[in-house]
Design a protein around this ligand. Structure first.
Ligand SMILES: [Zn+2]
Ligand SMILES: [Zn+2]
Length: 90
């Protein structure tokens, strides 16, 4: 077996699928290299354009609606509503 571990953390390992990213399929964002189809929103899986998307905790998100819903001011309201367990909201 080739010793892939010696390449771990290298600049050409896709953070999404942990496979080598070759030049022809490479997109760079968040300081890492991704496969083009792997650079997608964590929440809605929409493919993102490198450099023009939101980021949280090293993960890519689209600005709207996902980042705004999850981490924007409305997101906190959204979460607190969801946390009202024991009551059925219709
Ligand atoms: Zn990938
Ligand atoms: Zn999204």
């Amino acid at each position: 077996l080739p010793n892939f571990s010696s390449f771990s953390g290298g600049p050409n390992i896709c953070p999404r699928c942990n496979k080598t990213v070759y030049f022809a399929e490479k997109v760079s964002s968040l300081g890492k290299n991704w496969h083009r189809p792997c650079l997608r929103c964590e929440r809605c899986s929409k493919t993102l354009a490198p450099g023009s998307h939101a980021e949280h905790d090293g993960q890519p998100y689209c600005h709207k609606p996902c980042y705004a819903v999850l981490f924007g001011p409305k997101g906190h309201i959204f979460k607190s509503l969801n946390n009202q367990s024991g009551k059925t909201i219709q």
